[in-house]
Design a protein around this ligand. Sequence first.
Ligand code: ADP
Length: 343
Amino acid sequence: MFHSARLKLTGWYLLIIMVISLSFSAVIYRMLTVEVDRLLLRQNIRLQQQFDARDLYPSELRNGPFALPLIDPELVEEMKARLIGNLAIINGLILFGAGGLSFVLAGKALRPIKVMIDEQNRFIADASHELRTPITALKTTLEVSLRDDYLSLTEARETLKANLADVNRLHSLSNGLLELAQYQRRPQRNQQESAALTPAIKAAIKVVLPLAHAKKITINLNPFDDANVAITTKQLTDILISLLDNAIKYSLPKTAITVQTSQKDSHVHIKITDQGIGIAATDLPHIFDRFYQVESSRSSEERNGYGLGLAIAKQTAEQHQGSITVTSTVGHGTSFTLNLRKF
Ligand code: ADP
């Protein structure tokens, strides 16, 4: 599809260039021939006047049946034919040169569209792949239960519980997909958006605290100077919840998570450090990719994510000219740093 679109665009470019080039050639030919005809006419008149003055070429010879023209019209026709030949060669060269150039330019013009289409196709393939698992699980458990004529109330409850878990997973997946799609549709941010650090960090910690308590994990917030950062409070809180949620999810019980903030020049850095399982160096470059999950977390019992959290967090930060960086040591822990511009 890309190739045929490229050829079509090349054709259009070439058509435009050739229409311009041929029109110019026609105009140049017309102007030159008119100019040459006018020049010859004047030259003819001048010669005739000179001959008449000196009586070199009697007019009876000039006008008789065997009259010789002063200027050979064949030469003029030959000159015009050569002009046409030269213009044809120039147009031929333009056709070849412009053809190659148009092909290269069409490729360049279509490349971002190709990247976008490839990206969209990958997105659809990934999303359908992720959707298939809970839908298949739902379908299977429902079909098995319906086929069982002696299904007890307890068994029915168990089935419904399993169904609810699948529905919850589908719900969180569709929310994540919608969020991603939203950012892709609205890449421009409002210049006036700002958030105060303290309430956002405290709100995020409050949301994840029950999860931390369940694993007896402590969250330490180091003291910091408040500042305003260029992002909305909701977005800042969401990113922090995502990072803290991961820190808890991928930490062993009874460990600690630290939240540190620092300010340098025009930026604020919020660093979340855990003492969890860590991320292997081979996985680190990919963890911000959509749907990417480290194999161990993909197969983990505790798994309730889809590898969308970090992709959304990174996209949100970048939308505000911020970034997220990560360092990790397997078996020791991971540090995610959210870097945002001061408002
Ligand atoms: P998920 O919903 O699977 O957690 P994320 O996009 O939030 O998806 O994270 C992508 C992957 O990065 C996870 O599958 C996990 O393997 C890894 N990861 C993220 N945060 C941490 C962390 N703090 N410690 C260890 N691994 C992490």
